[in-house]
Every structure is written in structure tokens, then in C-alpha cells.
Design a protein around this ligand. Sequence first.
Ligand code: ADP
Ligand code: MG
Length: 231
Amino acid sequence: MSLLDIDVREKAFGKTIVLHDIKLSLDDSQAAVLLGPSGCGKSTLLRIAAGLDKQFSGSVSVKTGQDGNTKSPPVAFVFQEPRLMPWLTVSQNIGFADGAKYDTGRVNGLIADVGLTGHAATLPKALSGGMAQRVAIARALYTEPRILLLDEPFSAVDAFTRMKLQDLVLKLVEQRGISFLLVTHDIDEALYLGDRIYVMGAGDGGIQHDLSVDVPRPRDRRAARLAELKS
Ligand code: ADP
Ligand code: MG
């Protein structure tokens, strides 16, 4: 069994079938990307994967810890928009899962990890879009997930910020051994981030290609890119 197994026989909204016959799995420390144009059903699939939508035929199973410990939620979600609580500080937003009794030490560590040192007490309205998304990433990591689901997390930021955030996410998940499934309509992004790329897009709600073979690891591509830049 994989870390996450998604098997959607059919998902419909009313009479419209949006997804069908989708089998997708995520292994340990894997970077999977679901690529496809707007409207093809990516967000719907990710919501199903996260357990946010149970109105479908099929199954989603998440492997729990070997010791049977299911206390910490294994799956965390990052949306396109940061969805921060505007009345809470950066720290309070990151520790949100624990409310007022959040672990200050761990929150401060995450603030440093996402490059927001000095902004612990800042309110969301004073943050740029990229900074706010860093907070959303830290908030997801605070719950110590084994799986991170990201729905077009970088599409609302400019291209420079996007590159920084892509590398930040790669670094943070590699350090922690987290697997992610990221949804995007950006082909370059899919190739840059994915070990395995699932392509949707003929408008029939299924997976067209599973490019799981011969795609080098992101860090190998990054190393090659850096070597190119240096030569
Ligand atoms: P993507 O994320 O790939 O852009 P979505 O999963 O958001 O696509 O949507 C897939 C299709 O399902 C679209 O045609 C959309 O209009 C439809 N859809 C999504 N959510 C709902 C909903 N709650 N009710 C009805 N139709 C929906
Ligand atoms: Mg979407």
C-alpha cells in the first residue's frame, strides 16, 4: 500500500461527470504533480484526496503511522489563496491548529524556515501575496503532515516569487521527508517539481498520461540547472 491511494470510479456534480476511473498513488518522499487545464477537475480530485468531499464512488486511503499513531493529521492542504485569518498575527495563523496554546518554539522555527524572521507579530494585511503564501505553507507544516496537498499554490504570485516559493517547498518537504501532490496548469512547473506527473485534460475527466517513468528527481534537475548556470 502506498502512502496515499486515490481510486475515483466516478465523481459527478448533478448529471455532469467530472472525474472517472482515476487511480493515483503517492509513495513516501514522492513529489507528484497533477497537470491539466482549468476546469478539468483537478481541485475536485484534490478535495477528494483531502477528505473534504466524500460525495463520490471509489475510495481514498491514507496510510497511518506504523505504531498506529494517528494523532497528528497526516494530510495538510495549501490553497491558491493563503486563506489567513486577517485578525490573527503570522504566529497565530501558523499555530492555528492548536489555537491559543500553540507551540511558540515550533512556530518560530517555521517562521525562520519560510524566511519570515521578524514578522511573527505582523498581521496578514501588511504581507505581500508571496509572504502570505509562506505563512500558509508554514501553517500546513505546523501540523506535521506526511502528505502535503497543494492546489495551484503559486499561481497568484509573480514569476520571481513563484520560483522562490517552488524551491522553498522542495527544500522543506525534502528536509522533512514529506510527500506532496501538487495541482497546476503550468507545464514548466509540473516538469520542475514532479517526480511523477499525472496529466488530465481531454475534458473527459480521466487521466490521459502517467509520466511516472524517466522523470528525474527535482533535486537532480536543480543540480543540473545550477551546473549549467555556473559553466
Ligand atoms: P480545475 O481545478 O481543474 O480548474 P475543478 O475541479 O474546479 O477544475 O472543476 C471541474 C468541473 O467541475 C468544472 O466544470 C466545474 O465547473 C465543476 N464544478 C466544480 N465544483 C463544482 C460544484 N461545487 N458544483 C458544480 N460544479 C462544480
Ligand atoms: Mg482548480
